[in-house]
Design a protein around this ligand. Structure first.
Ligand SMILES: Nc1ncnc2c1ncn2[C@@H]1O[C@H](COP(=O)(O)OP(=O)(O)OP(=O)(O)O)[C@@H](O)[C@H]1O
Ligand SMILES: [Mg+2]
Length: 367
């Protein structure tokens, strides 16, 4: 179990002082948090319960949450700092940025469409949102957002393209800004396998509230690289309604577990289609999203209906989330669920993440 703020597992960090296993499989786990009022408290509590309950032989779990004393807290911070130094230069993504990667087991389920529309809907909430197109070979974010141009360099680092969205802001990086589609093929194998790393390390992302990452389909190198570079990344798994798709998506969840990425929730795309007469058809079946969410013990964050506006908006480079059609409300609700329930921003003023940020800044300046 990774502490989302500190980016290391909670046992390594010394946050689990005791685990008692009773004869009948009754388990009691004590978790000591750095701050009693930690905004992530209920999330950590729920994740610990879920993980332990999923182990063979466990019949019940009691999670006791306490607070560390000053000495324990400084020890944890030392360990976290040490880790930050080990990985330095970690990434250019601020420790206070919530990182959400949109993933799926297979292609064509709507990851890229969900990524850009979720990002736009979050920006409409007044947030600053990074969009990283990690689909290096099959990038589609520039086309879906309708933006283009050359990425400029400042002090040897890439400056993401910016666009204002409502009262918020998007900062976008994609291979599509660095190479046209034909040339990108020629680059294959040369720089491309390091592109995601460079997008994370050698870019001026600035102070982002969220970074939403569009992953290529499947469970390949990009996913593993991301788990290594940004282990606090949380996955939003996109699946379509058929149960077969749900099985494929759960493979992506397995991969995430091995890479220690947390699955934050499931999004079902291409759900029921409602025609102009108001009749609803489950064209691709139904239940896949809910089933996958239940299997993984994570929330179903939202269901996005099958709707021709989605393809139209994508082709025109005008994300439906920014329009006034039916899907705009769907994505507004998805963004609300993400921002308020599934992956809320933390109030970091008294929190360890803020301290870590200072440490990283100091490291960057060589002090
Ligand atoms: N809810 C929806 N209703 C109708 N069409 C949709 C919906 N979601 C996505 N699409 C369409 O499905 C196609 C695939 O979507 P998208 O490119 O977002 O999928 P992807 O998972 O990113 O694909 P890839 O694996 O190739 O990266 C696009 O043409 C898109 O417009
Ligand atoms: Mg895609």
């Amino acid at each position: 179990m990774i502490d989302p703020e500190l980016g290391d597992d909670i046992v390594n960090l010394g946050m689990v002082p005791s685990v008692d296993v009773g004869a009948g499989g009754d388990v009691s786990v004590t978790v000591a948090l750095t701050v009693a009022g930690c905004p992530l408290r209920s999330q950590i509590e729920r994740d610990v319960r879920g993980r332990v309950l999923g182990m063979p032989g466990v019949t019940s779990v009691d999670v006791i949450v306490g607070e560390m004393d000053a000495a324990q807290k400084s020890e944890v911070m030392d360990r976290a700092r040490w880790k930050a130094r080990q990985d330095a230069p970690v990434t250019a993504v601020s420790p206070t940025t919530r990182v959400l990667a949109v993933a799926s087991g297979k292609g064509g389920v709507g990851k890229s469409s969900v990524t850009v529309n979720l990002a736009v809907a979050l920006a409409h909430r007044g947030l600053t949102v990074g969009v990283l197109d990690a689909d290096i070979w099959g990038f589609s974010v520039p086309r879906l957002l309708g933006i283009g141009g050359d990425v400029e360099a400042r002090q040897g680092k890439m400056v993401p393209l910016e666009c204002k969205v409502g009262s918020g802001l998007l900062r976008v990086l994609s291979m599509g800004f660095l190479a046209d589609e034909d040339r990108a093929i020629m680059w294959r194998g040369l720089v491309l396998n390091r592109a995601v790393q460079q997008f994370l390390q050698d870019a001026h992302w600035g102070d982002l509230d969220y970074l939403v990452i569009d992953l290529p389909p499947g469970t390949g190198d990009v996913q593993m690289g991301l788990a290594r570079m940004l282990p606090r990344t949380e996955l939003l798994l996109v699946t379509t309604p058929p149960l077969a798709a749900q099985k494929v998506a759960s493979r992506a969840a397995d991969m995430a577990r091995r890479g220690y990425l947390r699955v934050a929730g499931v999004i079902e795309n291409m759900s029921d289609f409602t025609c102009e007469h108001g009749v609803t058809y489950a064209l691709f079946g139904s239940g896949g999203g809910a089933r996958l969410a239940a299997d993984l013990g994570v929330p179903l964050v939202g269901s996005i209906p099958l709707h021709p506006d989605m393809a139209r908006g994508g082709d025109a480079g005008e994300p439906v989330a920014g329009g006034d059609g039916a899907l705009s409300a769907v994505f507004a609700e998805l963004a609300r669920a993400v921002a308020e329930e599934v992956a809320p921003l933390t109030e970091t003023s008294g929190c360890t993440a803020r301290l870590l940020e200072d440490v990283e800044r100091a490291l960057e300046h060589g002090s």
